[in-house]
Design a protein around this ligand. Structure first.
Ligand SMILES: NC(=O)c1ccc[n+]([C@@H]2O[C@H](COP(=O)([O-])OP(=O)(O)OC[C@H]3O[C@@H](n4cnc5c(N)ncnc54)[C@H](O)[C@@H]3O)[C@@H](O)[C@H]2O)c1
Length: 471
């Protein structure tokens, strides 16, 4: 029986291994983590990751061929294939702070693999045992080289290691669906006999449920590593492109939705990720763009680094432009005024506020003295205060948030914000009542008829806003 171990029971490791276990009943899968509380949560009825369908998948295989354990060394030593899915955040301090990925967790995992595997060198039959180590985390190009060096330094005569890159492309909120039916599975390895055999071993696992033509397994290690950050950078770049157009639309009276429809209608461009808004967010996009820019800089291609940095710069511009628009529309000051914020998650369908533009907008408004009350259907009060600031107020619903407010900002595209009774919202607000739609979800025409002053990203400006307010 093939044994798989995954180091890192996070957003990626947990769901990815649960689906693998579901689809491969003959493979024993252990997910390990240094965080005992995370492991306890995976073994409980309240999983640490909220994804539609995940509970059912875990229930179907936990205790059968899927286990969660804090005994990292034992499971790593036993495994034929070790996935490494630890966190790789942007460095907070030191060389490359704010730009380079922090590879400390990554290296600690490499050392765990090396020493645990070395302690169980010979297989039961006495032959030299080999372990395939799979990079699942998003890492800078050529990270596998460092991993190989650490492993070789520990491996000696007794143990063979082969490193393969298999980045994860699922989206938060649709993780289980994406894992069950991926549009592609990318596996990169060394062009040697051992490298090809390791890629084959990983490919055989996915072949249990993924059609062959979706498994891309002739890629080099470096291309596979680079593909993950490049894919996220392209997504971010599209959002920044349409947001840059949105600023010009507001200045000229064009409508960004019309422009995006016309541009995306060209089959060569495609229409995905072309919705203008308050900016991209989430745990990965910005980090991966910065990771790519840093790799360019370190590789001597400064112009390419600058190009990618501009994607992040436009995103920052879009968030601060939104805050300036709120303040300038409300007579140049929000000090002491209540501003309701609808939506804190970085996108609809998730309760994740990591990197959310809504968090930055709230901080900007608080910085200008506003009294901010937030409401998000999936973000708890504790999480909202932790993510934004202790002094933020948290409402139980959108109406409570808007009660007595001078302005209302829509910052996540939840469906329920489209369907609100805006007449009721209007009745509860101060006059003039402002709506700032950062996701283009409200019917601006209808709201104006009710008496709201409405700003919507990239749309022709309300008369009120075009008179004497610039951003
Ligand atoms: N979150 C996403 O939607 C997503 C999607 C695709 C790829 N990724 C990438 O996948 C990787 C993992 O992301 P995540 O969101 O699952 O991170 P996470 O922070 O949710 O989980 C990582 C886990 O690794 C554990 N860990 C760290 N070092 C360890 C060690 N030495 N031994 C054992 N456990 C260790 C941590 O305790 C943590 O529980 C990152 O590189 C991320 O960029 C994330």
């Amino acid at each position: 029986m093939v044994k798989i171990c995954c180091i890192g029971a996070g957003y990626v490791g947990g769901p990815a291994m649960a689906v693998l276990a579901l689809k491969c009943p003959a493979i024993e899968v252990a997910v390990v983590d240094v965080s005992r509380s995370r492991i306890d949560a995976w073994n409980s009825d309240r999983l640490p990751v909220l994804e539609p369908g995940l509970d059912a998948v875990v229930r179907a295989c936990r205790g059968r061929n899927l286990s969660f354990s804090a005994d990292v060394d034992r499971h790593v030593a036993d495994a034929d294939i070790v996935f490494v899915s630890v966190n790789t955040p942007t460095k907070a301090s030191g060389i490359g702070a704010g730009r380079a990925p922090d590879l400390a967790y990554w290296e600690s995992a490499a050392r765990v693999v090396a020493s645990a595997a070395a302690s169980s060198s010979r297989s039961r039959s006495g032959t030299k045992k080999s372990t395939v180590v799979v990079e699942k985390s998003a890492v800078p190009v050529r990270t596998a080289e460092a991993m190989e060096r650490i492993l070789v330094a520990h491996g000696g005569e007794e143990r063979a290691f082969e490193v393969v890159s298999n980045p994860e492309f699922f989206s938060e909120g649709t993780a289980v669906r994406d894992l069950l039916c991926p549009d592609r599975v990318l596996i990169g390895g060394r062009d040697t006999d051992a490298g090809r055999s390791a890629v084959r071993a990983v490919r055989d696992v996915y072949a249990h449920w993924v059609p062959e033509d979706r498994i891309l397994s002739t890629t080099s290690l470096w291309s596979a590593e680079l593909s993950k950050v490049a894919a996220n950078a392209f997504l971010a770049q599209r959002v920044s492109s349409v947001n840059a157009i949105s600023a010009l639309c507001e200045a000229t009276g064009a409508d960004v939705s019309d422009v995006a429809r016309a541009v995306g209608g060209d089959g060569r461009v495609g229409d995905g990720f072309l919705s203008a808004g308050v900016g991209f967010g989430g745990p990965s996009l910005q980090r991966d763009v910065l990771c790519l820019a840093y790799a360019c800089e370190r590789s001597g291609v400064a112009e390419a680094a600058e190009y990618w940095r501009q994607v992040v710069a436009v995103n920052e511009y879009q968030k601060s432009r939104f805050v300036r628009r709120v303040v300038s529309s409300m007579f140049g000051t929000v000090a002491g005024k209540k501003v309701a914020v609808l939506g804190l998650a970085f996108k609809k369908g998730v309760g994740d506020t990591r990197g959310s533009p809504a968090v930055d907008v709230c901080r900007g408004l608080l910085g200008d003295g506003a009294r901010v009350t937030v409401y998000d259907p999936m973000v708890s009060e504790k999480q909202a205060r932790k993510g934004v600031a202790a002094r933020v107020q948290v409402a139980r619903d959108a109406y409570e948030a808007a009660q007595g407010a001078h302005g209302l900002c829509v910052l996540t595209e939840w469906d329920e914000f489209r369907a609100l009774d805006y007449r009721r919202v209007f009745d509860g607000m101060q006059r003039p009542a402002f709506v700032f739609d950062g996701r283009n979800v409200v019917d601006a025409g209808k709201l104006r008829e009710m008496g709201f002053v409405v700003y919507a990203v990239g749309k022709p400006l309300d008369d009120w806003l075009s008179k004497g307010t610039r951003n």
